[in-house]
Design a binder for this molecule. Structure first.
Ligand code: NAP
Length: 279
């Protein structure tokens, strides 16, 4: 670091578990960029001051994680349409003092799904399990890929109906009752778990019976702790193609890197850095 080092970071509460500094600093080094990325523990009562600090210190970029992704929007100068649709911001770009909010979670997930499991989503039948914070941005990003059908199921069914309704003017999402999932999953090309079921320490749980998926379908999970969930493992054992959540994390960071620097992200070394930090 020297007097020209450009500053970046991630804010959240909690934050010490974050793999983003390891991943992004490795990316800057690999790309030969004089940048530095740190993690900042920002509580909800100091969020406004933290964003004012970003402006004052002229940070080029910031990632925003739980619980600030929605609240941070009111401190920004502009919000990208994709982030508006997702209802949340996870990446801020400082364009000469104007703070612009983006959401790279949903598009990061879809890039990972296409690069690691299913190159084309056009014409596919897709079932999304879960209607929480992550689901919203993913639905928007999936809809941009022109699937034949996008179905959404949530344990609390009202939330799935509400979320489908919120997108009704832009694209069609069919709400599916949790009890009708066997049939919906049996006819799907891709089934995506966006619920927290199966996450460590409850790694023996699955959101649905993986044997409901047809052989050859993609079983995808946002969870990356464990790296391969029981849902993905059991579906693979039944002839499905598995896809885990680590790629989503890598690619949301890759998009942020690309927005900040205008350069292609060195995805391979970013993945290596994150994997090494698990051991
Ligand atoms: P969230 O807003 O809290 O939503 C949780 C979802 O899980 C809700 O749909 C909830 O349904 C459902 N759920 C919880 N317990 C359930 C159960 N026992 N049976 C059925 N459904 C259940 O969480 P989120 O922020 O969307 O995150 C969801 C998951 O995605 C987490 O595991 C998180 O780690 C993962 N994630 C991964 C990445 C990545 O980079 N790979 C990024 C973001 C999130 P109800 O509405 O009925 O409660």
């Amino acid at each position: 670091m020297d007097s020209y080092t450009v500053l970046y970071g991630v804010i959240g509460d909690p934050i010490r578990h974050s793999k983003s500094p390891v991943m992004l600093n490795r990316a800057f080094r690999e790309a030969g960029i004089n940048g530095a990325y740190a993690a900042f523990h920002v509580t909800p009562d100091t969020l406004g001051e933290a964003i004012a600090g970003i402006r004052a210190l002229d940070f080029r970029g910031l990632n925003v994680t739980i619980p600030h992704k929605i609240e941070v929007m009111k401190y920004l100068d502009d919000i990208h349409p994709g982030a508006k649709a997702a209802g949340a911001v996870n990446t801020i770009v400082n364009e000469g003092g104007r703070l612009i909010g983006y959401n790279t979670d949903g598009i990061g997930y879809v890039r990972s799904l296409k690069e690691e499991a299913e190159p084309s989503l056009a014409g596919r039948r897709i079932v999304v399990l879960g209607a929480g914070g992550a689901s919203r941005g993913i639905l928007w990003a999936l809809a941009q890929e022109n699937p034949a059908k996008l179905m959404l199921a949530n344990r609390t069914e009202e939330k799935a109906r509400e979320l489908a309704g919120a997108f009704a003017s832009e694209f069609e999402i069919e709400p599916v009752a949790w009890t009708d999932l066997r049939e919906a999953c049996g006819s799907a090309d891709v089934v995506i778990n966006t619920t927290s079921v199966g996450m460590s320490p409850n790694a023996d749980a699955t959101p649905i019976d993986p044997s409901w998926l047809k052989p050859g379908a993609v079983a995808s999970d946002l969870i990356y702790n464990p790296l391969k969930t029981k849902f993905v493992r059991d579906a693979e054992a039944g002839g499905c193609r598995g896809h885990g959540g680590l790629g989503m994390f890598i690619y949301q960071g890759a998009y942020a890197f690309e927005y900040w620097t205008g350069q292609a992200a060195p995805v391979g070394v970013m993945r290596e850095a994150v994997m090494a930090s698990f051991t």
